[in-house]
Design a protein around this ligand. Structure first.
Ligand code: SAH
Length: 196
């Protein structure tokens, strides 16, 4: 099938850590994403003081942006380097503490308290650990998930959101036979079947 060439592809956590170490992070953008600016009203829906989740957050600058608007931001990222670079590049003091429920995981929290980044695999999270969210910004997250893990990822996200939540998802459209990913090509039909 059209997406068959990507279906079996697996990028390990170790490979992601290496990308960070080597500085192969072409996915990171210094400027806030134009689509978040464009659809901010859809995400917020007139509400203030939201809890917003950033799956596979990297050091996305939009986390700082939303926190500065008074929202509370929670991210998850396997690379501790990415998490530390986020705080240092924004000159944000933080503290770090273990996450008792997840062995080996750490939580990095801005001293002001409104940005909490979990350093672990997203698959280690549950609503009993991180609570539920009013909004999700998914850029470079679903499309970075290994194709075989998409169902698990979507079910987890669904379990982490409140009933009246908004989920903004950015995907990329291209010929999956010409690039092995990530970012992977996730057809719209699959997004519909994953999230309904
Ligand atoms: N959303 C970010 C980063 C996208 S790249 C942005 O917009 O810039 C995908 C990120 O997911 C990488 O930083 C990688 O280290 C991280 N990652 C990959 N697998 C993960 C997993 N299972 N759990 C948490 N983070 C993961």
């Amino acid at each position: 099938s059209e997406v068959g060439s990507q279906k079996e592809r697996v990028v390990t956590e170790e490979e992601w850590l290496q990308k960070w170490e080597m500085g192969n992070i072409g996915f990171h953008k210094e400027q806030g994403h134009p689509l978040l600016q464009k659809y901010l009203d859809v995400l917020l829906n007139g509400r203030s003081g939201l809890r917003i989740f950033f799956p596979l957050c990297g050091k996305a600058v939009e986390m700082k942006w939303l926190a500065d608007m008074g929202h509370s931001v929670v991210g998850v990222e396997v690379s501790e380097q990415a998490v530390k670079e986020f705080f240092s590049e924004h000159s944000l003091p933080y503290c770090e503490e273990p996450v008792p429920e997840i062995s080996g995981a750490k939580m990095f929290q801005s001293t002001s308290g409104n940005i909490s980044l979990y350093c672990c695999s997203i698959y280690d999270l549950s609503s009993s650990i991180v609570g539920k969210f009013d909004g999700v910004w998914d850029r470079g997250a679903l499309v970075a998930v290994n194709p075989r893990d998409r169902q698990r990822y979507a079910s987890l996200i669904i379990s982490l959101v409140e009933k009246n939540s908004s989920y903004l998802l950015v995907t990329v459209s291209y010929d999956p036979n010409k690039h092995k990913g990530p970012p992977f090509y996730v057809p719209e039909s699959e997004i519909k079947s994953l999230f309904g």
